[in-house]
Design a protein around this ligand. Structure first.
Ligand SMILES: [Zn+2]
Length: 215
């Protein structure tokens, strides 16, 4: 395949794609260089579809299940944050749950979300936590470049997203059932990201969590 419309949004590779079909009938391309799997541009949702989908989630502070979910994610990485760390919740959604939880724990948290909190933090942060947002990235390279720019020396980026592996069947995978999920990462994709941005991969559970650190 050699088609500019399917240029890898992470590493810009133009060819050597393997095609998958997901349950929504979308064409998904796998980049041979960085192994990102991504929805072709014609299958991406528009802004109205995205906003409507996000507002369907019951992600409010009144929902204990949602708060427990965010707390369980945070519990896997908070030991990596020094006391008083400046944290950025990258892709916060409308409820700012991470901000709510962290601010009561003595941390400073800035919520960023292109739809709900579109302003980036002023100055550098120590730790970016992206819970279930990287799978929504259209411009994957630009998003990681921005996160890398936002963190200070020794800063960390924790990404929570379901990783695909050789056993993943995209035609039935529940994670590919959401039209707003357009980018799927392999463990090797994060090795490519670490190498490209001068980051070190310091923690992964090989399933849905990767932490990168700037040296
Ligand atoms: Zn690529």
């Amino acid at each position: 395949m050699n088609n500019n419309s399917s240029k890898c949004p992470l590493c810009s590779t133009l060819d050597s794609f393997i095609l998958h079909h997901d349950v929504l009938g979308r064409k998904l391309f796998e980049c041979a260089e960085c192994r990102l799997v991504f929805a072709d541009g014609s299958h991406r949702p528009d802004a109205v579809q995205e906003m409507n989908r996000y507002l369907q989630h019951n992600n409010s502070l009144d929902n204990p299940d949602y708060l427990n979910y965010i707390e369980s994610k945070l519990g896997k990485v908070i030991h990596l944050a020094d006391e008083g760390s400046k944290i950025c919740d990258y892709g916060s959604g409308p409820a700012n749950a991470l901000n709510h939880i962290l601010s009561s724990g003595g941390y400073t948290c800035h919520s960023y979300d292109p739809f709900f909190n579109p302003n980036f933090p002023v100055g550098k942060v120590d730790f970016i936590i992206a819970i279930e947002s990287a799978e929504h990235f259209f411009h994957v390279h630009d998003e990681f470049a921005r996160m890398n720019e936002l963190i200070d020396k020794n800063g960390k980026i924790a990404v929570f997203t379901s990783l695909w592996n050789e056993k993943t069947d995209f035609s039935s995978w529940h994670y590919a059932r959401d039209i707003t999920h357009v980018s799927f990462y392999h463990q090797q994709t994060f090795k490519w990201i670490a190498s490209a941005f001068g980051l070190e991969l310091i923690l992964t559970d090989h399933l849905g969590l990767v932490v990168l650190q700037k040296s």
